[in-house]
Design a protein around this ligand. Structure first.
Ligand code: UT7
Length: 420
């Protein structure tokens, strides 16, 4: 497990080097005018040396969901063996948005990214790095981040990040590291998913859970004491079999993207050329090929009960570790913005943190589980609804396939001029 040891840092401020003072500051925020405008904070590392880093936080947010809405009743009408009462009582989901046939993950990402840039008052020219967290990329390669970089007309580094539903929070922490060290001034972190493309509509245990959408954040230097205060990232690959994408018609234990072929060493060229030209034509025609030999239908497999058990534990525990890493008491959390998978999991985590429902943000009812997009969409919607104010302490938590988890504690606001 990778925790934010040295990032105890962001609370080890020049003017307030003590954790008790930080908690006091969170309870009654220091007026902006009294905070150092310097983006630098000198921090102690675990080995006793010091690091000069910048405080990094979110300076712009945007989200996008496709127009088409699929309600629980719609699913039943379409022939899924389910009903609204079951879905709502077990998950809290009422409806989800589904991408149009022509809409891909890059389209969703682009819409969210443009809104986040506008919100930050920036043009694509100022982006130094684009991270797209997704488990439904348009292509194996190029990355969706590179597609997005080209569409935006940005001139910067770009890569995809694969941590399933934890992906956007992982991306936020990666972005923070780039900004903290000064390696980048402006990072665009997008979570984008076309989950409907990997849903098996005959599997009621997964088909009712997911939706499509994208959320994006601009991460830049902010005033000391604001931005990402602490985090907790983790992975337990021994649970990888519990939630994965498999090939239709193959056992759930399969699903390798590049399986070693019988009679060939893995990676060796096939003995015979593909059967005919149409196979290749089909493969090159677009992002989703219908050619079975080259692009078998992929679908989600999930052991729901086991993932539920994992999620209920990890959500609260990871959030607590992130809070401990930056010395913030849970009772100082103004808003908990968790991964939107199941309202029962969210309620259990909130209980573990001792948070009342007015300090928990939930929108799973409208969007279902949008995987890597979910936390970013929730954060943006919470901000848009006035649930987040400058100085608030926010805790975000993601969990998902891997198994992975990721939490980040933020103190909202502290934006500096974009010129800095
Ligand atoms: O970001 C990805 C992380 N994934 C998650 O967070 C998912 C975690 N797991 C869950 O949220 C829950 O386990 C589910 C919502 C997936 C399932 O809820 P559950 O309370 O664990 O139900 P279950 O799997 O134990 O199934 C209970 C019953 C079964 O029927 P029997 O065997 O008791 O007769 C299922 O066949 O519910 C049945 N069932 C359904 N019935 C109507 C399963 N899916 C459906 C459905 N509609 N869609």
């Amino acid at each position: 497990m990778f925790t934010s040891q040295y990032l105890e840092l962001f609370l080890t401020l020049e003017t307030h080097p003590d954790r008790t003072l930080i908690n006091a500051m969170i309870e009654s925020p220091v007026p902006e005018s009294e905070l150092s405008l310097s983006p630098h904070a000198q921090v102690q590392t675990g080995d006793g040396s010091t690091l000069n880093v910048r405080a990094a936080g979110i300076t712009g947010l945007g989200f996008y969901v496709p127009e088409r809405v699929l309600t629980n009743d719609d699913l039943q009408r379409l022939g899924v063996d389910t009903n609204d009462e079951w879905i709502r009582s077990r998950t809290g989901i009422r409806e989800r948005h589904i991408a149009a046939d022509t809409e891909t993950t890059a389209d969703l990402a682009e819409n969210a990214a443009r809104r986040a840039l506008e919100d930050a008052g920036l043009t694509p020219a100022s982006i130094d790095l684009i991270i797209v967290a997704t488990c439904t990329p348009d292509y194996q390669f190029p990355s969706t981040a590179s597609l997005l970089q080209n569409r935006l007309g940005a001139s910067c580094a770009a890569f995809d990040l694969g941590a399933a539903c934890s992906g956007w929070v992982y991306g936020l922490v990666v972005a923070q590291q780039f900004v903290a060290t000064g390696a980048a001034k402006t990072v665009l972190v997008v979570g984008a998913e076309a989950m409907s493309r990997i849903l098996d509509w005959n599997d009621r245990s997964t088909a009712v859970l997911f939706g499509d959408g994208a959320g994006a954040a601009v991460v830049q230097a902010v005033q000391s004491g604001y931005g990402v205060l602490g985090f907790d990232l983790g992975s337990d690959g021994s649970g990888g079999e519990l939630l994965k994408v498999v090939i239709d018609g193959e056992p759930a234990s399969s699903g390798l993207v590049f399986p070693p072929a019988d009679g060939h060493a893995a990676g060796a060229p096939p003995a015979e050329a593909p059967a005919d030209q149409s196979t290749l034509d089909g493969a090159s025609a677009g992002a989703v090929s219908t050619t079975p030999s080259l692009a078998p239908r992929r679908k989600i497999y999930q052991n729901g009960r086991e993932v539920y058990r994992f999620a209920v534990n990890v959500m609260g525990e990871s959030a607590l570790r992130a809070l401990t890493n930056c010395g913030v008491d849970p009772h100082n959390v103004n808003l908990f913005v968790p991964h939107q998978a199941n309202v029962r999991i969210i309620d259990a985590a909130a209980k573990r943190l001792g948070l009342t429902s007015d300090r928990v943000f939930v929108n799973v009812d409208k969007y279902g589980n949008t995987s890597a997009a979910s936390v970013a969409i929730a954060l943006c919607e919470a901000r848009d609804q006035g649930r987040i104010r400058a100085g608030d302490v926010i805790v975000t938590v993601g969990f998902g396939a891997g198994l992975t988890w990721a939490s980040a504690v933020l103190r909202w606001g502290g934006q500096k001029s974009n010129a800095q």
